[in-house]
Structures are given as C-alpha cells and as structure tokens.
Design a protein around this ligand. Structure first.
Ligand code: S3P
Length: 441
C-alpha cells in the first residue's frame, strides 16, 4: 500500500494530458473477494483493487476461514472456505467499507452462528435498517446496535426463505445483500428495483452460472438452501474502476488544451452516467468499447479533450448511475457557465460523509456561490476559485479526490487536510494526478 500524506497543497495546474490505466474496480473487487471466499479451492484474481476497503473485505473473509495473499506480480490468490464459514472470535471490523458490511451481512444471514460487524466512526453513522428489514423477512435475526439504526450490526444467521422484495431505495448494496442471502434461501428471492442500480452482482452471478434471471426491473434468484451454492474456485479479472477514472475526466474536461485517455476502464452502462453529463455540458468525450468484455463486464477506453462547459441539471433515475460521481458533478458546476443543479440525491447524505453538507462547505471555502437543498444543491459557475481556508475531507475519500480536482482549477494554492482517506479506494491517486499534469505536494 502507498504512503499517503496527511495534508496536501494543490497548486494551480495547466492542461491535464496523457494516458493511464486506473486500478481495479472497487465494487467488483468486493464481490469477487466474497464469492472466491465462499468457493472451494484457490481462485486467482487479477487487477484486484489493493485499497483499504477491499483489503478489509479480504480480512473479513479470512476471519471467516478463507486465506488470501498477493503474489509478487500483484495477482491475488484466495483459498476459499468451501462454504463452511467459521464463527470468528470477535467482531469483524470492516473499517470504512459500507459495501463490505452490507454485502457480507447477506452472506452471514444464511450461516449458522452469530456474527458482529463493526467499522470506523464514519461506518458507524451509516444506516443499516435498510438491510435489517429484508434479512429479517428472510428469517435471520438482525440487531442494529449503533445509535439511530446505524452500524455496528449483529446477525444471527439461520434457515432463510426466499422473499419478494420491492427495494424502498435505489441501492445496489441493499440489492446485493438480498441476492447474496438469497443464495442460502429455500425457494426464489425476487427483488424489484425502483430505478436501475449498478448490476455487478447480477453479472458475476450469471458468469458463475448461478440461477439468476432479470425481467425488466425484477431480478429473481433460485436459492440453494442452507448448503449454499457450492461454488468452485476459478480465475477472475477486474476491469479498471470507472469512478476512479472519473476524476481525470473532470480534471481534463473544463481545461482548454487537456487531452486525457483512460484505458481498460469498466464501462458498465449502470456506472457511466457521468459520460452523458459531460456531453450535455458540452465536453468532448469519446468512448470506445473493447470487442470483448472482462468476466461479463464491458470495458474500453475513454478519451476527453478539454474546453468550455455549460451548466447541467442532474436528477431522477440518472442519480443512481452517477452516485459516486456526484461530487464531481458539483466540481463541474463550479467550472461551467450557468447554474448546475443536483436534485433527488438525498442518498448523498448517508455516504462516507454527508456529501451534500461537506461539498457545500468546501465549495464555499473556495469562494463558490452554492445553495444547499435537502436532496442536492445548486452551484453558480464559473466561479473564481480562491481558497479562504484549508479544505476538509471529513475522512471521506471521494471528498479528498474531488476537492483536489477542484483545487487544481484554482488561482492560488489550496491546502487540503486529512487526505489519507484516499487509500480507501484509490491508493495511486496522487501519482496518477501528478502523471497527468496535476501539481501537488
Ligand atoms: C456500491 C453501491 C453504491 C455506491 C458504493 C458502492 C456497491 O452504494 O455508492 O460506493 O458496491 O454496490 P448504494 O448502492 O448504497 O447507493
């Protein structure tokens, strides 16, 4: 893992130029680590994201009986449990990772025994009622032991039955939790989504020949009962993370003379709404799909040329496919001409930080005129970016990275404190930032 500084100074920078490959997709890495941990035999995983969040999933699977290591070429080897998970001695600590706690809870709901999952201060502010409800309907006992329905969580697993579940919120984490529990249920589990969310779980299940069908907004899975799916080890590959590549798209898009290409990046249609947003803003973006996909996930290349941008509005169904890029839409709002509006995005308030409040606070420190709504914000651009104090990340990796991109467009240097959190999802962020032309020390 890289050594990440506590604070950085980002200086104004010229055009961003160059080509790079970003590290493996975080969502896909989590799912593969869990499924390889359930399989019998040793799986190999190439381009697994070696970030804190994903390593926390590996550690949790190890505490449940799996074994894993990275070889000298960075290939991850996971010796699975064959589905026989052991009850760990104490609570599983999954750090900052909402994906780990929610997806792993689905698996543990179908195992005999009692399991506790906890994490860092941020994770302990994140709502868990959203997984308690469906898992209890399936037959598990789920105690949410944090204040206000937040982590930690204690699960007493057991015999599960399939349910018909209408997801009350657009959340791939909740959908995936229920699907993973559904593997251990008797009968069929059906989930209906209010709007489409990222479908990495469905894709990896299909790739593993698990009996999953998708019919419009309804996903159905035939369960295997308490024995589980008896998965066999295999080799997996992880495409580059679109959400990591997104920082460079925005770093290039609003700066004349920029020319950035990101190769081998995941191009799952449910992750790519930022491309549409950039195009609506008038950016010059080209996407080229590779002829073959990687383990059921489309991949390819994104090319961005910089120029003048105009304000856009993002809302409705688009939000779910843009959820981890909304801070970057706010950054675009500071740079584009007109008022950029983000609406229907209240979920941002329950991410690694309250991303509406934290983004608004940081943008105001940069001199941006921004209005805050319960479910979004309106940003007046283009702003003259002049920091009036050090920006704060609130321990949220995506704040640290989005604010660094914003700061690169400022007229003066910007201090950003507490940036070690970038290691959560993108340990090579600073070296990639510098390699494309960013000024940071
Ligand atoms: C994720 C889904 C999203 C996203 C998170 C990762 C996943 O969360 O914000 O970073 O891996 O399924 P929600 O589905 O809760 O919105």
């Amino acid at each position: 893992m890289s050594t990440i500084p506590q604070s950085v100074i980002v200086a104004p920078s010229g055009p961003f130029r160059g080509e790079l490959e970003v590290a493996g997709d975080k969502s896909i890495s989590h799912r593969i680590a869990m499924l390889a941990g359930l399989a019998s035999g040793t799986s190999t995983i190439s381009n697994f994201l070696q970030s804190e969040d994903c390593v926390n999933t590996l550690r949790a699977m190890e505490a449940l009986g799996a074994r894993s290591y990275f070889d000298e070429d960075g290939l991850l080897h996971v010796q699975g449990t064959g589905g026989n998970l052991m009850e760990p001695a104490g609570a599983l600590n999954v750090g900052n990772s909402g994906t780990t706690i929610r997806l792993l809870s689905g698996i543990l709901a179908g195992q005999p025994g009692t399991f506790e999952i906890t994490g860092d201060d941020s994770l302990c502010t994140r709502p868990m009622g959203r997984i308690k409800d469906p898992l209890e309907r399936m037959g598990a006992k789920v105690e949410v032991t944090g204040e206000r329905g937040t982590a930690p969580i204690r699960i007493t697993g057991g015999k599960l039955k399939g349910i018909d579940y209408l997801l009350p919120i657009a959340s791939a984490q909740v959908k995936s939790c229920v699907l993973l529990a559904g593997l251990f249920a008797e009968g069929v589990t059906s989930i209906t989504e209010p709007v489409p969310t990222r479908d990495h779980t469905e894709r990896v299940f299909k790739m593993l020949d698990l009996p999953l069908t998708v019919n419009g907004s309804q996903i159905s899975l035939k369960g295997f009962g308490g024995e589980g799916p008896r998965l066999k080890a295999r080799s997996f590959a992880v495409p580059g993370d679109f959400s990591s590549a997104a920082y460079w798209m925005v770093a290039a898009a609003a700066r004349k003379g920029s020319d950035v290409t990101i190769r081998n990046v995941g191009l799952n249609p449910r992750r790519m709404a930022l491309i549409d947003v950039l195009k609506r803003a008038g950016a010059q973006v080209d996407v080229r799909l590779d002829s073959s996909s990687i383990d059921g996930e489309p991949v390819g290349e994104v090319h961005v040329l910089g120029g003048k941008l105009k304000a856009v509005a993002v809302k409705g169904a688009e939000i779910a496919n843009l959820i981890d890029e909304l801070l970057l839409v706010a950054v675009l709002g500071c740079l584009a001409d007109g008022v950029t509006r983000i609406e229907n995005a209240a979920e941002l308030r329950v991410k690694e930080s309250d991303r509406i409040a934290t983004a608004v606070a940081n943008m105001r420190l940069m001199g941006v005129e921004v209005e805050e709504f319960p479910d979004g914000m309106a940003i007046k651009g283009p702003a003259v970016l002049k920091p009036t104090g050090a920006l704060r990340t609130y321990g949220d990796h995506r704040n640290a990275m989005a604010m660094s991109v914003l700061a690169s467009y400022a007229r003066e240097q910007t201090v950003i404190n507490n940036v070690s959190c970038v290691d959560t999802s993108y340990p090579n962020f600073w070296s990639d930032f510098k390699s494309l032309g960013g000024n940071v020390e």
